[in-house]
Structure formats: structure tokens, C-alpha cells
Ligand binder design. Sequence first.
Ligand SMILES: C[S@@+](CC[C@H](N)C(=O)[O-])C[C@H]1O[C@@H](n2cnc3c(N)ncnc32)[C@H](O)[C@@H]1O
Length: 270
Amino acid sequence: MKKNNELNELFIKYETNKFQHGYADIYFSYIEKLKNENINLLEIGIADGKSLLAWSDYFKNGKIIGIDKNHINLNEKGINKSNIIIHQGLQGNSKFIQSLIKKYEKFDIIIDDGSHFPKDVIKSFNLLFSSLKENGLYFIEDTQTSYNHFFKGNPFNLKYANTHMNFFKNLTDSLNYQEIANPFYKKKIYDSKITNISFYHNVIVVQKGINDKPSNLVLNNSYENKRYDEKVKRSGKKIKYYIKYKIFYKFYTLCLFLFNFIKKIVLFRF
Ligand SMILES: C[S@@+](CC[C@H](N)C(=O)[O-])C[C@H]1O[C@@H](n2cnc3c(N)ncnc32)[C@H](O)[C@@H]1O
């Protein structure tokens, strides 16, 4: 990861705890190329406005929008930056978030440094993802709360808890949805819309983008169909491969599907 002095210096200058947490290098590796662009950056969680000031200096041509549940007025603190705009509201409030989307339409960068409660983090992501531009970046900070029951996380059941870490871990399947060899697979909301999910210590970065590269192993979520097409194309022996892939292998997949379906119901019941 690239080391950056400029962003580090700004984080130090404005005393945002993003510096102590060591987030500057992570941010810089993603945002360096956007420095002079006319971007919209939305940060959830303002506190004293320290990070907004750093973003305001870094993205001189950008619009920096901050939201917080508390009423915050930077002018009252003697801070006057023309490219910072502040709104008061809860990050999990659909009406409030929709009003922001209506006003700003699209964001290039969204940062969640708000409540850090799993429910809020997941809800904000679900509400805001559609407003992220193509190739836009969504940062989630301080994901350690996922592992802490005092923040409504769950340190006792790491794999199955309803935490934001698990939400984003599960989202990685959307990166490879084309590879899922289950003909009964139903396309999920984020499939084909995410090109990268990166996990760092206490930070997650999601990059939006078109991800519709076909699989080289399955066709329309079916391994049998892909193999049948390839074999027939190569040898022309339709009946032989029809029996093998379209009947025998399909039946085998159906049995496994049913077995897993029943297993899921039984495990759910107990
Ligand atoms: C960690 S501080 C933000 C620090 C700031 N981003 C920085 O780096 O300097 C978290 C902020 O989130 C706000 N907050 C907490 N819960 C929230 C919620 N549900 N919706 C919006 N803001 C919330 C708090 O009021 C607090 O100001």
C-alpha cells in the first residue's frame, strides 16, 4: 500500500482520529486519483468536523457533505469552508437518506463513520448504494464493533451473527455470482454491481462497478449446460452428451440441491 504524507498531514493537522487509527494509507491508495476531481463525498458522522476539514482541503474541487444525528454548526466553531455542507439526521432513517439522495443524486465517495452499530451500518449501505456512482467507493470504518456485544455486535457466534462484518463477508459471493453452479440460484440485488470488496483491520472498502464477466466453468449457473455445449460443439455427439449432462448430471445436481434444502430446514428448526 502506498504511503502518503499529504493525507496523513491533513489528518494530523485537523486531529481526526483517522490518523491514530492508521486509515490514511488505506484511503490514499483509493482516492489519490480523485484529488483534483469535482467529486461529491458523503461522510456519515461529523463530531467536531475534523475529518470534513481534512477532506475539504484534500478535495479542493469537491463537495464535502457531512451528516450527523446531532446539530452541528461549524460556523459557530469559527470554521468557514465553502465546500462543506452539513445536514442533521439519522443514518438509518430512510426518509432522511432519501432526501439527501434527491438533493445530491450521486456520490463518488461515501464514508460510514457514524454510530458503528451493525444495524445502522447495514441499513445505510442498503439505502445509499444506489446513489454511489459507477466506480464509486464506499468505506466502512471501525468494524471492530461487529465483534463487541456492547455495540450490538456478537463476539460469541462469529460466523452466523447478524453483524456488518458478516453482511460484507456474505457480499463477497456477489463478486462471484456467475460461478455459482446452482441452476436454482436467484440473482441477488448486489450481483453484477460490485467489482471489489477489501477488508483491512477495522476498515472495509466496497467498489461499485459493472461485474458481468461470464464464467468459464458454468453457463447460467449450470455446470451441466456449459459442459454439454462444449462437448457437443467439439464432437457433435448430441445424444450421448444429452444423456450424460442434461439427464444424469442434472439429476445429480437436483438431488444435491434437495439434500441441502432439507438440511437447511432441519438445521433452522433446531
Ligand atoms: C466517530 S464520530 C465521527 C468522527 C469524524 N468522522 C472524524 O473522523 O473526525 C461519530 C459521529 O457519528 C454520529 N452518530 C452516531 N450515531 C449516528 C446516527 N445513527 N446517525 C448519524 N450520526 C450518528 C455521532 O454524533 C458522532 O458525531
